[in-house]
Every structure is written in structure tokens, then in C-alpha cells.
Design a protein around this ligand. Structure first.
Ligand code: NDP
Length: 247
């Protein structure tokens, strides 16, 4: 059974997919920690939206790629709110460019945020979950981790790495009834994809059997399922939410 305290943490919960996930988990009765790194006004908007639907939440500013900051924030969260019982590793960035011209910094920042961030946050919360013998870790991967993409070697490698992280963590934590799964979105309408030109967006749609880009709520619905009691016998898996782009 799920624990009584019901606390969730969503990294990068302030905007886009993370915001939609925060709202779904709040609607499920979780007290939601909304993490952000640099944009407090967007985080405030998410918190307001949680409150507007009668849910509970709080803000938690830290950089997922900084070990000390992660440990400090998650210790403070656990002391004040308990948990988290659910961790959604959603924070992610892109620094695109063809490999021949890609700067080492662009490789490091993407791998540090998108992959190491998930490792650090999971490591900081897993003990509490194992002790309770209940927990859900949900990693937001990407279709690009499965297809590859020119101009995104850093992003693609980090997201593919998330598959190995998910499977290995799932094996380590399964004896304590903590499940670890991933959701791999296709192209979803957020700030991240609004940078793409009209032409590129049309070219992407042409590769999607359902003929459209996805919405943050499409991803949040899968996360809600993985967070629920209904997914209790599912671990080490990736759910692909991409309109059929990769199957
Ligand atoms: P957005 O760019 O809209 O939002 C990114 C979020 O991550 C923001 O809340 C941002 O906080 C936060 N963030 C960024 N860096 C850090 C950091 N170092 N520490 C803590 N928080 C951080 O992204 P999306 O909603 O589009 O993407 C969310 C996730 O989904 C990412 O992992 C992305 O790779 C993945 N994804 C997205 C797809 C898409 O098409 N949009 C497709 C496939 C996967 P702040 O506001 O403070 O900057």
C-alpha cells in the first residue's frame, strides 16, 4: 500500500512537462515539491496552479547537477515534509550542435543535468523509500535516447544512459518494493521545443503517425499511472509517449 505521508518531488517542476506532472500528482493527493533552478516566477505560477486545484505544494530551488545542493535540499525536504515517496527526475536541458563543433562544456552540462542529476537525486532519496518499503522513481527520458539525433550527441547519450540507470536501479531497489521506471516522450509542446523553427516542427509532425506534437499532459498521464498503486508490478521499464514516432 502507498504510504500515508504521500510526498512527491518533481525536478524541473516549474515549467513544461514538469509543471503538468506536478499538477497531476497534486490532484492525486500528493504534497508536491516543485524544484527549479533559475526561474522563480515560473515556479510560483506552478505552485499557484497547485493551490488553485485545492492541492498542496512547496518550492525547492536547487541545481540537480550539484551534489551538495541536492543533498542539502532533500534533507531539508525530508525533515519538513517527509519522503519523498515519489521522485520524478524530469529536469533537463539541451545544448545542441553538430559533434564536430560541440564544445566540451556543452557535453558536460547536458550529461551533468540530464543524467548525473537523476543519479544524485535518486541516491539522496532511495534510503527513505527503502526503509518504508514503498517508493516510485520515475525518470523522464526521451525518444532521442532511442532513435539518436544529429546535433544532439550529448542529449541522446544522456537520455540513453537513463535507460541503463533505470534498469540497474530497478534491480537494486526491487527487493524493497521500490519501483524505478522511465517515460520517454516524443516531441512535446514546451519551451524546449518552441525554439524549433516552423519548418522543423512540420518535418517532425510528418514522422509522427498520430500527426501532431504531444502535450505535457500526455506525459503527465503516464507518470500518474507509474506513480499509482496500479503499476505496482512494473519496474525497470520505459513507457514511450510519442504518437507512434518510435515503436
Ligand atoms: P523545459 O525547458 O520546458 O523545462 C525545463 C525544466 O527543468 C524547468 O523547470 C527548469 O527550471 C528545470 N531545470 C533545468 N535545469 C535544471 C537544473 N540544473 N536543476 C534543476 N532544474 C533544472 O523542458 P521540458 O518540459 O520540455 O522537458 C522536461 C523533461 O522532458 C526534460 O528532461 C526533457 O529532456 C524531457 N523531454 C522533453 C521533450 C519535449 O519535446 N519537450 C521530449 C522528450 C523529453 P528553470 O525554470 O528554473 O530553468
Amino acid at each position: 500500500m502507498s504510504p500515508e505521508s504521500k510526498t512527491a518531488l518533481v525536478t524541473g517542476g516549474s515549467r513544461g512537462i514538469g509543471r503538468a506532472i506536478c499538477l497531476r500528482l497534486a490532484a492525486m493527493g500528493y504534497t508536491v515539491g516543485v524544484n527549479y533552478v533559475s526561474n522563480p516566477s515560473a515556479a510560483e505560477e506552478t505552485l499557484q496552479a497547485i493551490n488553485d486545484l485545492g492541492g498542496k505544494g512547496f518550492l525547492l530551488q536547487f541545481n540537480v547537477a550539484e551534489s551538495t545542493a541536492v543533498q542539502k535540499a532533500l534533507k531539508a525536504m525530508s525533515e519538513e515534509y517527509g519522503g519523498p515517496d515519489i521522485l520524478v527526475n524530469n529536469a533537463g536541458i539541451t545544448r545542441d550542435g553538430l559533434m564536430a563543433r560541440m564544445k566540451e562544456d556543452d557535453w558536460d552540462s547536458v550529461v551533468d543535468t540530464n543524467l548525473k542529476g537523476a543519479f544524485l537525486c535518486s541516491k539522496a532519496v532511495m534510503r527513505g523509500m527503502m526503509k518504508k518499503r514503498w517508493g516510485r522513481i520515475i525518470n523522464i527520458s526521451s525518444v532521442i535516447g532511442f532513435l539518436g539525433n544529429g546535433g544532439q550527441v550529448n542529449y541522446s547519450a544522456a537520455k540513453a544512459g537513463m535507460t541503463g540507470l533505470t534498469k540497474s536501479m530497478a534491480r537494486e531497489l526491487a527487493p524493497r518494493q521500490v519501483t524505478v521506471n522511465a517515460v520517454a516522450p516524443g516531441y512535446i509542446v514546451t519551451d524546449m521545443t518552441s525554439e524549433l523553427s516552423e519548418d522543423i516542427q512540420e518535418a517532425i509532425k510528418a514522422q509522427v503517425p498520430l500527426g501532431k506534437l504531444g502535450q505535457p499532459e500526455d506525459v503527465a498521464a503516464c507518470v500518474a499511472f507509474l506513480a499509482s498503486e496500479e503499476s505496482a508490478y512494473l519496474t525497470g521499464q520505459t513507457l514511450h509517449v510519442n504518437g507512434g514516432m518510435y515503436m
